[in-house]
Design a protein around this ligand. Structure first.
Ligand code: GDP
Ligand code: CA
Length: 304
């Protein structure tokens, strides 16, 4: 059994690659909920949904978010009513949020609802929100304090960030299932997700970073920064703005003693020595996913 600390797209692609590997082990994902939001009265969990849709083969690869074959009738009607429409929710996607919101109103936890959605969509990776308590990642920016989706969607993450706070983290209780997934796993993988806004909110839940650190020898991390840039999203820019080196070494220094082995891209082979000097084992391979041969190479490096 392996456990993958997961944000959205980078994690979903890695989970898909791992599931496609020969003799793939049973897999659990401990998932960030710092991006979760309530909109139109609905609870939306972007990272859980990205993983769910990707593993179900329903993700829209063209846009990188949302569902394939999506339609937008409800959004158009909502816009006509003057409702909030900057955060796009497609008709198919809305069914997920309606289902989740009703189940939460019934008293089910996010953990339970995630398991129900995974079962309904035929997803065999256990999706474990890191906590059932509310977290919300907020940004101190040149344009004031912004919620996650204001920063990410409304401002297209094109605003200077001076600080990130995961509101709710200090008092959040880790979900027992997420903690045991970290204790019990043969191997723990840190997905190539955004270190600051996808993985750090997971690690900030009390007890989680310590649990990962105790398993350090079995922790393998994949760098989301390749040759100084993020393939998608603001990970590179955020690392730089918050004073970290924008490279796989900068990401390694950010996680520090939580990681035993780094998997870095061939384009970053020049950093291997610096990582070894810091005491990490290092594997160099292609880490750009989305092609079957690349996915297989990366999965083999992570599982070997
Ligand atoms: P989000 O929550 O949807 O923004 O996604 P994540 O935080 O999980 O992932 C965003 C990060 O994934 C970005 O920093 C990307 O560079 C990284 N990423 C996306 N696809 C790949 C890939 O194929 N390989 C690697 N190494 N990183 C990737
Ligand atoms: Ca996310």
């Amino acid at each position: 059994m392996i456990t993958v600390l997961s944000g959205g797209v980078g994690a979903a692609r890695l989970l898909r690659a791992l599931r496609a590997a020969p003799d793939a082990p049973a897999t659990r994902a401990v998932v960030n909920v710092g991006d979760d939001l309530v909109l139109h009265g609905l609870t939306i969990c972007p990272d859980l949904d990205t993983i769910l849709y990707t593993l179900a083969g329903l993700n829209n690869d063209a846009t990188g978010w949302g569902l394939t074959g999506e339609t937008w009738r409800v959004m158009s009607e909502l816009e006509a009513l003057g409702g909030e429409s900057w955060f796009r929710l497609g008709d198919r996607d809305l069914a997920t949020h309606l289902y989740r919101s009703q189940r939460l109103a019934d008293g089910a936890t996010k953990t339970t609802v995630s398991a129900e959605l995974a079962r309904s969509l035929g997803v065999d990776v256990e999706l474990l929100p890191v906590t059932d308590d509310p977290l919300s990642t907020v940004f101190e920016t040149a344009r004031g304090r912004l919620s996650f989706q204001e920063y990410f969607v409304r401002h297209h993450h094109d605003v200077v960030v001076s600080g990130v706070e995961v509101v709710g983290a200090p008092s959040a209780r880790p979900s027992p299932a997420a903690l045991s997934a970290i204790h019990d796993a043969e191997r723990i993988v840190i997905a190539p997700s955004n270190p600051i806004i996808s993985i750090d909110p997971i690690l900030q839940v009390p007890g989680v970073a310590d649990a990962v650190r105790r398993r350090r020898a079995d922790v393998v991390a994949v760098s989301p920064i390749i040759d100084g840039v993020a393939l998608k999203g603001p990970a590179d820019r955020l690392l730089g703005e918050l004073g970290h080196e924008v490279s796989c070494v900068g990401v390694a220094d950010f996680y520090g003693d939580l990681v035993g082995t780094w998997v870095i891209d061939e384009a970053d082979a020049r950093y291997e020595a610096a990582l070894r000097e810091r005491g990490y084992r290092v594997r160099v391979t292609t880490t750009i996913m989305g092609r079957a041969d690349h996915d297989a190479a990366l999965a083999a490096a992570v599982l070997s």
